[in-house]
Structures are given as structure tokens and as C-alpha cells.
Design a protein around this ligand. Structure first.
Ligand code: ZN
Length: 141
């Protein structure tokens, strides 16, 4: 049997169900939910935070300033001095790479906050979350 899928049987050999690895489940979850007609709350996007990517970045940190842990959301004012110590998270890590690009999702308003690390500075971009269904609530400035 494959490593990613384990079929579960009772003692009489009747199939009870199947168990997927977390990674496999994350990649097929949407299709399975759609195929089975299971509705899912759109807020629940429980992808695990890619903490190993983050750790790799901090391990190979070659910027001339210390690792920065603060995150702020321009959209709703949410902020933290150290995102990794918040429980529950005020910002969820969504991606991190060795080039110094670190992305978060604001737990408050779901805006995407991207921190780009450059040699001489850190630039932060905040993109408000857009619910595709809502077209009448366009923000105007
Ligand atoms: Zn926010």
C-alpha cells in the first residue's frame, strides 16, 4: 500500500474507511469535499503554517539586521511584536522563502501581509482580503 493512503479494516476485513497523510489530504481536500457535496465554511483554511520554511530562512539569515518578528496589518490595525508567540495567532504564517519573502494572513480581517526583506530595509505590503462574492462593497478612498 502507498505511504500516503492507509485503508482501515475491522477485524472481519470490512473496509471502515481510509486515512490520508496530512499533506495528501491538504492537496485533495477541496476536490473531495466538492465531490461528496460537503459544504465547508469558507473561513476554515487550516493549512498548517510552513514553520520549517521560516526556520530555514532564519537559519540562513544573511541580512544585516536581526530576524524581525513584528507584523502589522495596515488594513485593520492588528499588530504583534512577535507573531510566533501569539496564541491564538494574530497573524498566520502562510509562506516564507530563502529570498526573504515572508507572508502572513491577518487573523482579524484576513488581509495578506507580505514582508520583503532587502539588504538595507524591510518593505511591507498589505493587501485587504477580498471575498469574491462581495462585489457591491468596493472600498473607495
Ligand atoms: Zn487585519
Amino acid at each position: 500500500m502507498s505511504d500516503i493512503l492507509t485503508e482501515l479494516y475491522d477485524k472481519d476485513g470490512n473496509l471502515l474507511g481510509a486515512l490520508l497523510t496530512a499533506e495528501a489530504w491538504a492537496s485533495v481536500r477541496d476536490q473531495v469535499m466538492a465531490a461528496l457535496g460537503v459544504s465547508q465554511a469558507p473561513e476554515i483554511e487550516e493549512k498548517p503554517e510552513p514553520l520549517s520554511d521560516w526556520e530555514l530562512l532564519t537559519q540562513y539569515w544573511d541580512f544585516p539586521y536581526p530576524v524581525d518578528m513584528d507584523v502589522a496589518c495596515e488594513n485593520c490595525g492588528n499588530q504583534t511584536a512577535n507573531w510566533s508567540e501569539d496564541d491564538p495567532r494574530r497573524f498566520r504564517l502562510t509562506s516564507a522563502n530563502l529570498a526573504g519573502l515572508v507572508a502572513f494572513q491577518c487573523a482579524n480581517c484576513r488581509a495578506k501581509v507580505v514582508k520583503k526583506h532587502f539588504k538595507d530595509k524591510i518593505s511591507t505590503e498589505c493587501t485587504p482580503y477580498r471575498e469574491e462574492k462581495i462585489t457591491t462593497k468596493e472600498g473607495r478612498y
